[in-house]
Design a protein around this ligand. Structure first.
Ligand SMILES: NC(=O)c1ccc[n+]([C@@H]2O[C@H](COP(=O)([O-])OP(=O)(O)OC[C@H]3O[C@@H](n4cnc5c(N)ncnc54)[C@H](OP(=O)(O)O)[C@@H]3O)[C@@H](O)[C@H]2O)c1
Length: 440
């Protein structure tokens, strides 16, 4: 058997500690697959005195993860600190510069610096592996990079943030508000004290940036992503969605749109109740790939959690030990396409538009005619009058009432134009709600 792969783990939190556990529990299995043992020789975290419930005496301790990264005692740095800059970036750059392999779960770092880090790994002929960075325990990185190598991919989309899916699922099941369900998610440890990063879609965007590059062979371009979060979704939208045969999910979607390039977007999305991603409730993640040879593929599983994420990290470590790794993004950095950014204004699809209007004569007709003038065809209109209000003989109360419009395929620009005209006409009692519909 070859000499062991010597691993240094930087970060011993939720994921790092679980990686230590799997590597010790599955040592023989990993060695058998890799053809050589994997041994952890050194570790680093912020606080050496913290009781981690594990005996760390066999590992050399480094206060500075960048010093661990260049240590002669390791062949592979496993970076599980997190963050796009700071100690994580310093350690990964130092490791690659020193000719070490790197395994990381750090989506923020990859979304921002993935291309430069891949180039650094390539220059040294070393691995930069990141299965855990997108959708946690779901093996989507290797699926895209290896298993689907013979496919042309038209679209990839998924539920990539368990916090958002938990909140939307609970809002739907209980009819509660976003704020109530966020508070419940925080109590259960599913949401951070500052939830902005998750609920405003940025975490999903980081993961989408990585998946887009792998799916389309394009250079990672996180700045091209249109991002909208879930905080504006109301129980009324979820009820309306239900009546119309949809569920609302926060999706990350990347799609090749003809000559216009690649569209990347993160936003609350209406998905048909029968679609695979609509079945995914709670903190679970799911990714669907439209691939031309194999057809549609959906992978569902845990997107977070120590053990599930460590499962993906250990699979990368085993690849490094076996020497079975290629270009981080599936092809050499110079061969990655610099794709056009398809602008959101030109996005085409169906739309759910909820406008709140004063229940007065001519208002519904005014809304419909502004849509028609913008060349938008309506598939259905739903008007919900609140019970109990005083009404004229035609049943109108003068109170604000929601009208929900489902459109056939329209452009984002046309929808925004129609809503702008309605606002200028004084038809809207509240800001409108716009939710894009994703085709199956
Ligand atoms: N948690 C998940 O479910 C999950 C899922 C997918 C991907 N990820 C990714 O995995 C990575 C780790 O996440 P996590 O949840 O395990 O984070 P975590 O529980 O917060 O752990 C972070 C670890 O980094 C250490 N650390 C922080 N600053 C440091 C520094 N300056 N020097 C040395 N060590 C430092 C901390 O040390 P102390 O322990 O001493 O404070 C801690 O052990 C992140 O990139 C995250 O995005 C996590």
């Amino acid at each position: 058997m070859q000499p062991p792969l010597r691993v240094g783990i930087a970060g011993l939190g939720t994921v790092g500690a679980a990686v230590l556990d799997i590597l010790s529990r599955r040592a023989a299995q990993v060695a058998g697959r890799a053809g050589r043992p994997v041994v952890v020789t050194a570790v680093s975290a912020r606080d050496r005195t913290r009781d981690r419930g594990r005996d760390l005496s066999a590992y050399r301790w480094f206060d500075d993860p960048a010093a661990l990264a260049v240590s002669d005692e390791i062949d592979c740095l496993v970076e599980l600190i997190g963050g796009e800059e700071g100690p994580a970036r310093a350690a990964v750059e130092a490791a690659l510069g020193a000719g070490k392999h790197v395994v990381t779960a750090n989506k923020a770092l990859l979304a921002k610096h993935g291309l430069a880090l891949a180039a650094a790994a390539e220059a040294k002929g070393r691995a930069l592996a990141f299965e855990a960075s997108s959708a946690g325990g779901i093996p989507i990185v290797k699926t895209l990079r290896e298993s689907l190598a013979g496919n042309g991919i038209a679209r990839i989309y998924g539920i990539l943030n368990g916090t958002c899916n938990y909140i939307l699922s609970r809002m739907e099941q209980e009819g509660s508000s976003f704020a109530e369900c966020l508070a419940a998610a925080q109590q259960l440890g599913y949401a951070e004290a500052d939830p902005t990063f998750d609920v405003e879609g940025y975490d999903t965007a980081h993961k989408l940036a990585i998946l887009t590059s792998l799916a389309f062979g394009s250079a990672i371009d996180s700045e091209a992503i249109y991002v909208e979060g879930i905080s504006s979704i109301t129980p009324l939208d979820l009820r309306m969605a239900d009546e119309l045969g949809f569920r609302i999910k926060l999706l990350g979607v990347a799609e090749r749109v003809g000559d216009a390039g690649i569209e990347q977007r993160v936003h609350p999305t209406m998905v048909h109740k029968t679609s695979p991603v609509a079945q995914v409730m709670g903190v679970t993640n799911a990714v669907t790939v439209d691939a031309d040879a194999v057809g549609e593929l959906t992978l569902v599983g845990p997107g977070a959690g120590g053990s599930a994420t460590a499962s993906a990290v250990v699979s990368d470590i085993a690849d490094v030990a076996a020497g079975t790794f290629g270009a981080p993004f599936g092809r050499p950095v110079a061969g990655l396409e610099r794709a056009e950014r398809a602008p959101m204004q030109r996005h085409k699809g169906g739309y759910y538009v909820r406008v709140t209007v004063h229940d007065r004569p001519g208002v519904a007709a005014g809304v419909a005619s502004r849509m028609a003038e913008a060349d938008i065809s309506l598939e259905s209109i739903l008007q919900k009058r609140p019970p109990g209000a005083d009404r004229d003989k035609l049943g109108r109360s003068g109170e604000p009432v929601p009208i929900v419009l489902i459109t056939y395929e329209a452009t984002e620009a046309a929808i925004r134009q129609a809503l702008g005209e309605m606002a200028a006409d004084g038809l809207l009692a509240e800001p409108p709600q716009v939710i894009r519909i994703e085709r199956d």
